[in-house]
Write a protein that binds this ligand. Structure first.
Ligand SMILES: [Zn+2]
Length: 211
């Protein structure tokens, strides 16, 4: 703790002041400590700790303050997140923004290569891929075959992301959940019931944590 003194006050006088106000000073320090503790706690529902389950594997978040907002993946796998100076008060929100931008670029590449593999097999191709924050759904297909995917699929095992992509592509042929639709899905992902079960079991928690 630092005591800032007006120039005309001598050291002994200052000590005397501190002695008389020791309880008050400690109380103030305790207040500050508690307030910063509360700040940390309020971050929990948004991002929930120092790691994210990237592709289903706990991946460390390392926050560096200073410079402009950016994310890069380190060789050890951790996400290094750079936030502008003074933005730590809104740390959880800032981390979410930074990760969201990174994930959208990453997922676009990932989904494109899945589609490149799939399209020659069935001749089905979405017109556009949109990766966005969706509150309740994992994917959807618009009337003009635009595919929407929830960015949180980055935090599911890779098979689950692949399943959702296959599911939506199959809707280009069948706009329903008929037996023919599920047969087509099964041809490309025989374990689809397992993926669906995973989303049922863990999906809500993921939506709540980042939503
Ligand atoms: Zn569907």
């Amino acid at each position: 703790m630092e005591l800032v003194l007006p120039r005309h006050i001598g050291e002994s006088e200052a000590r005397h002041f501190l002695d008389r106000h020791r309880v008050w000073a400690y109380q103030k320090l305790e207040d500050i400590r508690q307030r910063s503790g509360r700040l940390k706690q309020s971050c929990v529902p948004l991002i929930g700790g120092a790691s994210v389950p990237f592709q289903g594997v706990a991946t460390e978040l390392v926050v560096v303050e200073g410079g402009r907002r950016k994310v890069h993946r380190r060789l050890d796998g951790a996400f290094e997140i750079h936030l502008p100076q003074g933005s730590l008060e809104q740390e959880a929100l800032e981390i979410r923004h930074a990760l969201y931008s990174w994930v959208r670029v990453w997922m676009r590449a990932e989904v494109s290569s899945l589609i490149d593999h799939f399209t020659p097999l069935e001749g089905l191709e979405p017109r556009r891929i949109r990766i966005k924050a969706m509150k309740t759904r994992w994917g959807s297909l618009g009337p003009k075959n635009d595919m929407n995917l929830n960015w949180l699929l980055a935090f599911t095992p890779p098979e689950v992301l692949a399943y959702v992509v296959i599911h939506e592509i199959c809707h280009i042929r069948f706009r329903n959940h008929s037996k023919a639709f599920w047969d087509l899905v099964a041809r490309h992902d025989p374990c689809w019931p397992e993926r669906r079960f995973w989303l049922k079991q863990h999906g809500t928690a993921l939506l709540h944590r980042f939503g």
